[in-house]
Design a binder for this molecule. Structure first.
Ligand SMILES: NC(=O)C1=CN([C@@H]2O[C@H](COP(=O)(O)OP(=O)(O)OC[C@H]3O[C@@H](n4cnc5c(N)ncnc54)[C@H](OP(=O)(O)O)[C@@H]3O)[C@@H](O)[C@H]2O)C=CC1
Ligand SMILES: CC(=O)N[C@@H](CCC(=O)OP(=O)(O)O)C(=O)O
Length: 325
């Protein structure tokens, strides 16, 4: 038997992507699926394309006290719904929380897998980064570590596909008619991802990031996050690219590109693309990052973290090309 895995929130976008990745994983065996409204359905009823070996698995009503024999649990619950429930999961069950409840919480490791894999190996409670932080922090980490930019002078402009809001979708503004052919900023000044980005920038740089500005925009596409980040520093484009190539030299999922990255390059994958343009005369450094919000931004990085905590090859089940076009 492989490593026995469960997913709670399997009917959602993040949980569904975790299901897709785990179904093709060489060491993980999905033995438990859970949810709320979807409880009582078989996986095949929810996902008509699920592989035959998983078709009959029933979605259980989520109850952390009555888990079957499990080695690893992926939690993909709405932020706010996992903190109390996951505290009741048996200690010996490893957990990767895709939601936001445990980022920089005591007892949990912030799972920025491409940047600090050694902090994650051997842990049993990992908080996956949010989708915007995943794209942003991978692009900024080499510049911060190399002191090429000022940590307190960073402006992040980002675009996201609509699946970033989940199947629940928050409210009616995520309907097709409201989203198609439309662009909208949201979460101005106080988006929930600000604290984890600020903390990580401070840890990577050793300086204050209290001046951080972050504005996301919803764009009419299904998947993908693009961040364009404006920073202050004297570096040239070549110095930024060289710093990133050296920082990520042995890392399997980060691609440093000369061209500005595009969201479609990452679709369906755990890849993260980073690129840079800098003008030292204006003390301007532009960092760009692309991820699939459901890949590196959620389930892809969650499986990468699970591989790390289970002592597996980091790329197990993830070494797939993106979907194109
Ligand atoms: N979508 C994205 O791109 C990203 C999402 N995240 C985070 O991942 C988490 C899940 O997001 P996402 O998949 O998009 O959301 P969805 O709205 O698509 O799915 C939410 C899931 O949670 C389940 N659920 C809700 N309430 C309960 C409950 N009380 N008990 C058990 N299950 C419950 C739902 O199950 P049911 O249908 O059975 O009721 C559903 O499967 C969130 O914290 C989100 O912030 C993080 C990064 C990116
Ligand atoms: C389009 C959209 O609404 N996207 C979500 C980000 C999804 C995510 O990363 O969620 P958590 O941090 O909650 O895990 C948002 O901006 O809140």
């Amino acid at each position: 038997m492989g490593i026995r895995v469960g997913i709670v929130g399997i009917s959602g976008f993040g949980g569904g992507e975790a299901l897709r990745l785990i179904a093709g994983h060489p060491s993980f065996e999905l033995v438990y699926a859970a949810g709320e409204g979807s409880a009582g359905c078989r996986l095949i009823d929810r996902y008509p394309g699920v592989p035959h070996k998983l078709a009959g698995l029933m979605i259980e009503k989520w109850d952390p006290e009555t888990l079957p024999e499990l080695d690893l649990l992926f939690a993909s619950l709405p932020t706010g719904a996992s903190a109390e429930a996951l505290s009741r999961v048996r200690e010996e069950v490893k957990i990767v929380d895709i939601g936001g409840d445990h980022r920089y919480v005591d007892g949990w490791t912030y799972g920025l897998a491409d940047v600090w894999p050694d902090r994650i190996r051997g842990q049993s409670r990992v908080a996956n980064p949010g989708c915007f932080p995943a794209a942003t922090l991978n692009a900024l980490a080499p510049l911060l570590a190399g002191k090429l930019i000022e940590p307190d002078n960073i402006v992040i402009d980002s675009k996201t596909g609509i699946s970033g809001a989940g199947r629940g979708g928050g409210d009616s503004k995520f309907g097709y008619a409201e989203s198609n052919e439309n662009l909208q900023p949201y979460g101005l000044l106080k988006h929930v991802h600000m604290p984890e980005m600020t903390t990580t920038i401070e840890r990577l740089s050793g300086g204050s990031a209290s001046g951080l500005v972050f504005t996301p925009h919803l764009v009419p596409m299904t998947r993908g996050v693009l961040v364009t980040i404006y920073c202050r520093g004297n570096a040239t484009t070549r110095q930024c690219v060289d710093a990133a190539q050296s920082f990520y030299a042995d890392r399997p999922f980060v691609r440093v590109t000369d061209r500005p990255p595009q969201t479609k390059w990452a679709t369906g994958s755990n890849l993260s693309f980073v690129s840079y343009a800098a003008d030292p005369e204006r003390r301007l450094v532009i960092a760009m990052g692309v991820v699939d919000n459901l890949g590196k931004g959620a389930a892809g990085q969650a499986v990468q973290n699970a591989n790390l905590i289970c002592g597996l090859s980091e790329t197990a089940g993830l070494d797939l090309p993106p979907v194109w076009p």
